[in-house]
Design a protein around this ligand. Structure first.
Ligand code: TEU
Ligand code: CA
Length: 565
């Protein structure tokens, strides 16, 4: 596989627009706010922005419920504000990737408003409608990712419609060619306005098993979210069609969010000979601390960090996609908590663990995604009470407390939310130590993380140990070193519980990437044995400046990238 596409040497920065920068004091981040920070992003060195949804939306699921795909939500500004942002980004050689949410729309979208009216209008088959069972109940026991049934009854049609997410997010019917053409058309519309590519929301879900067979219910659960929710029979046919209709002719980059896909079936999406997507986001490595035997919602029953599982998962994707397809590399996004709070140490070793996780991620093959605030080591928000959460996953679960459905107490839910809730990533960006971290002059839409006076961009960039400066180095390395793009990956010490170590080999030269992902010292004896005759040469990146060789043990969260000789 060639490695000459722009996105193969790129680092992409994800912006969660509500929380990035508020330009008009209404407490909500907006497009002029992003434009005002383009020089900051240029200084970091990123090549493209992925902006989470900014389209018209009732915001039931923070913009992932779209009521008009072609209009910018007034909360974020105007279409002209976006065109200006794109122009300004392009001037700085930064590309703009938009979020394509095409598995579902908002129930306020005109398509759904029409579709729900009757069984025989133009939009009737834009969504997935099924008759009730003879007893009037939902067509199947399929569950919603956000709790409860995935089916909602519509009295006007006397039918149920399908929704994988909130009931205000009805799933589109991709079997209908009119739906597919409508999606391709809106993609062309944004291309005409300068958009360079797409991040595709739950793309693995667009093709349904249209007979919706009941899931077996081992735990006596009423509703199940399982394997049938993804990878439906026509998925790859649809993606190939989309590729021919839009992606290839208009040269748009594509990254699909693919819950439910394994490294093996990921090749079906990203094998370059199949002409579907450029890359997909896996959930495998994000699932390592989810207890799959826990009651719903699984994600609120967390397991401790297991480095061996993390290495296994990431290595599988590195190995299986090598020379066939391209990886995404990420630890954070708007659906995940802060990595240093989840798996590192956000107190005593905040700088060290932030840079250590960054090192092992950015040394891999693929395109790294940096989520806003990750580059300054922002942490989870421990100052939230249950009432402070906006994330529908928490608010829905809070409604079910004390019922048989969750088995969680309020105290347990709050403790879990501090660890894993999506709002940990969604608190406003911390720019400086002034009121509300310089994010807004008004009242922020979501509570601030209490630590903004000490953790913020301005403070970090003044430190000798600056996380931002470390990210700059990693990004430059990706731009400049061919081995980072193309080198072959090999994991070392697969079962070592402290060290994540691997080599990248390119044209007979090798480089070592290693991090101690624990807060105790880690001996290097086994590492040196694994390297055999190869010696540690020049250090390219390191988060403990004094080190010159591999002789001494690696200190807590110590990380480095070295040439081997
Ligand atoms: O997420 C898809 C998805 O699978 C989520 O349920 C994910 O597993 C969950 O957020 C993890 O806690 C996408 C978007 O990224 C998410 O923000 C949306 O809520 C969801 O689709 C619906 O559009
Ligand atoms: Ca605003």
């Amino acid at each position: 596989m060639a490695t000459s596409e722009w996105w193969q040497k790129a680092v992409i920065y994800q912006i969660y627009p509500k929380s990035f920068n508020d330009s008009n004091g209404d407490g909500i981040g907006d497009l002029p706010g992003i434009t005002a920070k383009l020089d900051y992003l240029k200084a970091l060195g990123v090549d493209a922005l992925w902006i989470s949804p900014i389209y018209a939306s009732p915001q039931v699921d923070s913009g992932y419920d779209i009521s008009n795909y072609r209009v910018i939500d007034p909360r974020f500004g105007t279409n002209e504000d976006l065109y200006r942002l794109i122009t300004e980004a392009h001037t700085r050689n930064i590309k703009v990737i938009m979020d394509l949410v095409a598995n579902h729309t908002s129930d306020q979208h005109v398509w759904f408003q029409q579709s729900r009216q009757s069984r025989n209008n133009y939009f009737s088959d834009f969504y997935i409608w099924r008759d009730p069972r003879p007893d009037g109940s939902a067509p199947s026991n399929w569950g919603s990712y956000f709790g409860g049934s995935a089916w909602e009854y519509e009295p006007m049609r006397k039918q149920y419609y399908l929704h994988y997410f909130a009931k205000e997010q009805p799933d589109l019917n991709w079997e209908n060619p009119l739906v597919r053409e409508a999606v391709y058309d809106l993609m062309r519309f944004w291309k005409a306005h300068g958009v360079d590519g797409w991040r595709m929301d739950v793309i693995s879900g667009i093709s349904k098993f249209t007979d919706f067979p009941d899931y077996p219910t081992p735990n006596n659960e009423s509703f199940v979210v399982g394997a049938l929710h993804a990878n439906g029979p026509r998925l790859h046919e649809f993606l190939q069609e989309m590729n021919q209709e839009v992606l290839t002719p208009f040269a748009m980059m594509s990254v699909g969010e693919a819950p439910g896909s394994t490294a093996h079936n990921a090749r079906q999406f990203v094998d370059h000979t199949r002409r579907e997507l450029n890359m997909v986001f896996t959930f495998d490595h994000m699932d390592i601390d989810h207890d799959h035997n826990a009651p719903f919602p699984e994600k609120f029953h967390l397991l401790p960090f297991d480095l061996v599982k993390l290495k296994h998962s990431l290595s599988e994707w590195q190995n299986i996609l090598f020379e066939h397809g391209w990886n995404t590399l990420y630890f954070e996004n708007h659906d995940q908590p802060r990595v240093i709070s989840r798996w590192g140490d956000d107190q005593q070793y905040r700088y060290q663990s932030a840079t250590a996780f960054a090192t092992v991620l950015h040394g891999l093959q693929g395109t790294p995604y940096v989520f806003e605030g990750e580059e300054i080591g922002m942490t989870n928000a421990y100052n939230f009470e249950l009432a402070d959460y906006n994330d529908i996953e928490v608010t829905n679960t809070a409604k079910m407390l004390g019922t048989a459905v969750t088995g969680l107490s309020a105290t347990e839910l709050l403790a879990a939310a501090h660890k894993i809730s999506r709002d940990n990533a969604r608190t406003p960006m911390q720019w400086d130590a002034t009121a509300n971290a310089g994010f807004t002059s008004g009242q922020p839409w979501l509570k601030m993380n209490a630590n903004y006076a000490t953790i913020n961009v301005a403070t970090d960039r003044q430190q000798t140990q600056s996380i931002f400066a470390y990210y700059q180095q990693l990004i430059q390395l990706r731009h400049n070193a061919e081995w980072v793009t193309a080198g072959k990956y090999q994991l070392l010490l697969a079962t070592d519980p402290q060290l994540f170590a691997y080599t990248r080999t390119y044209h007979d030269h090798s480089w070592l990437i290693v991090a101690n992902l624990s807060s105790a010292n880690a001996a290097t004896t086994a590492l040196q044995q694994a390297l055999g005759k190869q010696q540690c040469g020049q250090l390219l990146v390191q988060n403990y400046p004094a080190r010159q060789t591999l002789a001494a043990p690696l200190q807590p969260y110590e990380a480095l990238i070295a040439e081997l000789k």
